[in-house]
Every structure is written in C-alpha cells, then in structure tokens.
Design a protein around this ligand. Structure first.
Ligand SMILES: *[C@@H]1O[C@H](CO)[C@@H](O)[C@H](O)[C@H]1NC(C)=O
Length: 366
C-alpha cells in the first residue's frame, strides 16, 4: 500500500528536483551573463568618468553591438563609415546610435582601418591667416556656433601643469602664442596645445600636439584693475610642425585693410555650456565692434564690442579676427573681459611694435 504512493512520491520528488536544478542553473546562467556584461561595461563607465576631468588615452577597446561582437573606433577609422565619402559627417544634434562616443562608431573589428590619417603638411612656412573651410576629415553639423575640426588652425588651448584648461591662445608664429596677461600672469608653467578641437575627448581624426612654454612675457604695464595692456606672449620650447590644421594667424600690417563688419572670435568657452557638459568644441561667434569705448574712463588699448548671439559666451584670451577681401584672416584683438554686457578686447593692432620688440631677442621675426 505504501509502495505505489512511495514510488509516485519519489518520482514527483525527482521531477521537483530536476525543475529546481534547471531553475537554479538558469539563474546561474543569468548571473553569469550579468557578470560578463558588468565586467565588459565597467571599463567604459570609468573611462567616461575620467574624461570629464583629465583626458586618458584609450587603453582598451570598448565592445559594442547587439552581440558585443563589434568595437568602438573613431569614425574616420572604420571602413564602413568612410567608404566612398571624403569626409565623415558628424551630426551633433543626432541622438547616439550606440554606446560609443559621438566621434566613434560601432565597427566590426575586421573593418577597422589599419592606417590612420596621414597628417597633411602645409606648403609655405610664411603662410598665415588661412582657414580650412568647413574643416578637415569630417563635416560637423547640428551644433550652435561650433566650428569643424581644423577650420581655424591658429586656435591654441593653454593648460596649466595640473592639465587644467586656462584660456584660449592664438598662434602668431609656429613657436609663439598670443593671449591675454590676465590669463597667464599668475601661472607658473604652461603647455600650449594646437590641433585641438573638442577639449573633452581625444577621438578627433588626428591627434593634437602639446608643447611646453619656454618663456612667458606679460606686458610690463598690465594692470589687473583697469585691465589695460592686457596682453601676453608665450614662447614655446619648440615649434609646431607645419600642418594643415596647425598654422598661425596674421598680424595686421600697416597698410592691410580688413572688413570690420565681418569680424568674429574663435576659441573655447571659459565655462562649459550647461546643456552639453560632455563637449567643449571650438566656437565661432560673430562680433559687432562698437565705435565707443566700454568704460567711462576710456582706455586707449581696448576695443569694445558685442557678440551677435543670445548664448552666454565667455572666451578668455580668444582672438578677435577680421578678414581681408581675399579671405586672409588677421588678429585685431584678444578677449580681455566683459563690462556692462559689452566685451572688452585688448587692441592687438596697437601692440605690433611691442610684440616684435619682445620676440626679437629670441630671434623670432614676424
Ligand atoms: C597632452 O597633454 C595632456 C596633459 O596635459 C595629456 O593628457 C595628453 O595625452 C597629451 N596629448 C598628447 C597627444 O600627448
């Protein structure tokens, strides 16, 4: 009497046991998958976290795609995205398609291009004030005020020893950066970085170049209170290579005529825009030059102007640039400060003799 029910019972127990094992192993499988996915995604979260403070070189390939079978590579280095197009298109207004950075694409490993872009050298060493219309290697759309990579090849980012961004500077010779005294007067050791575009990433088509500052020359009459004579020169340890995306701007000659109705600034915002905290791209803002002066105690070494935008722009050290009728760009000012809504630029035109005098001892003639 007990044996049939016992048999049945043990059979039931066996079923229950099998069910339990399958459930446990199933859970194990899920847990196992979770482990894989957390270990593979963890490096990506740490890299994005560190890029907000300092730029870390990418040491590990980031996996992506539905089956984790692809890797994130620069858009200019994936055969699929560069096929048949001269320049890749970066649409800043577009939501991300994958977990990759906006300058990267999710690419099959076999499609990753072995050779990266050849850095193009410029022809003449005396060339200045030439832009790369619409930029190099990539076309950038969808952003407000942003420029394309390499479009304004004279923009230089100035960093302190702690790798913190200090100000925008302007290349006036391959080994000389012009900026304002208020940017650099208090700094000990500086680094000039050319060929830079988005300060928050190193995924640009070609790498930027860092060179240390050998000598920092602050105008001897610079005054912190009045902001008069707010100009400085940085002489670099060595000169930048003559590349298409790294070339100086021109200083205004005695008889050079520029269009004062077509002036603008190029540079980085001193404070990151709140709506887009993960990017800090070189901006271009049109500037209207006022005939009057910014303050009542009229300063003779300043240019007063207003920005043609409603966006809050502050770009310390950034050059005020105007073109000639043959589209050669000249620096006429450097962003000094803001007074009552107007932007106060140091009048670089007036400092021509001072600049030449200060560079001569180092054998630099421009
Ligand atoms: C330039 O210097 C910064 C630190 O100041 C560093 O993070 C970066 O990797 C350097 N870039 C290159 C291309 O060496």
């Amino acid at each position: 009497m007990t044996s049939p029910t016992g048999k049945f019972g043990s059979l039931l127990l066996l079923f229950a046991l099998i069910l339990l094992i399958s459930v446990i192993s199933g859970n194990d499988e899920i847990a196992f998958f979770q482990k894989i996915s957390t270990t593979t995604t963890r490096p990506t979260t740490t890299t994005t976290a560190t890029t907000t403070t300092t730029k870390q070189p990418v040491t590990q390939e980031k996996k992506c795609g539905l089956f984790n079978d692809k890797i994130c590579v620069k858009r200019t280095e994936c055969a699929e995205t560069v096929r048949n197009v001269r320049k890749v298109i970066i649409d800043l207004g577009e939501p991300p398609k994958s977990i990759c950075h906006y300058l990267e694409t999710c690419c099959l490993p076999k499609d990753k291009l072995k050779v990266s872009i050849n850095r193009e050298h410029t022809a003449g060493s005396n060339q200045c004030g030439v832009t790369n219309v619409d930029g190099l290697y990539m076309t950038v759309k969808g952003g407000s005020l942003v420029t394309s990579f390499g479009e304004y090849p004279w923009v230089v980012a100035i960093f302190d020893v702690g790798a913190q961004f200090v100000c925008t500077g302007t290349l006036i010779a391959y080994n000389v950066v012009l900026t304002t005294a208020s940017c650099v007067a208090a700094e000990q050791q500086l680094i000039a970085r050319a060929g830079e575009w988005d300060l928050m990433t190193e995924n640009e088509p070609v790498a930027h170049v860092n060179i240390s500052v050998k000598k920092s020359i602050v105008h001897e009459k610079f005054n912190w209170e009045s902001m008069e004579y707010n100009i400085a020169l940085l002489i670099l340890e060595s000169a930048f290579d003559h590349l298409q995306y790294i070339t100086p701007i021109c200083l205004l000659g005695i008889d050079t005529e520029v269009f004062y109705e077509k002036c603008f600034i190029t540079g980085w915002r001193s404070t990151r825009p709140l709506n887009q905290p993960s990017r800090n791209i070189v901006v271009k803002v049109e500037i209207a030059i006022d005939s009057g002066s910014c303050s009542l105690n009229s300063i003779s070494t300043e240019i007063c102007a207003t920005a043609n935008t409603n966006l809050p722009i502050y770009a310390k050290g950034a050059p005020l640039i105007c073109p000639t009728d043959s589209s050669i760009y000249h620096i006429i000012g450097a962003w000094s400060t803001r007074t009552n809504g107007a932007i106060q630029f140091s009048d670089v035109r007036q400092f021509g003799p001072w600049i030449r005098e200060k560079l001569e001892p180092d054998g630099i003639f421009i």
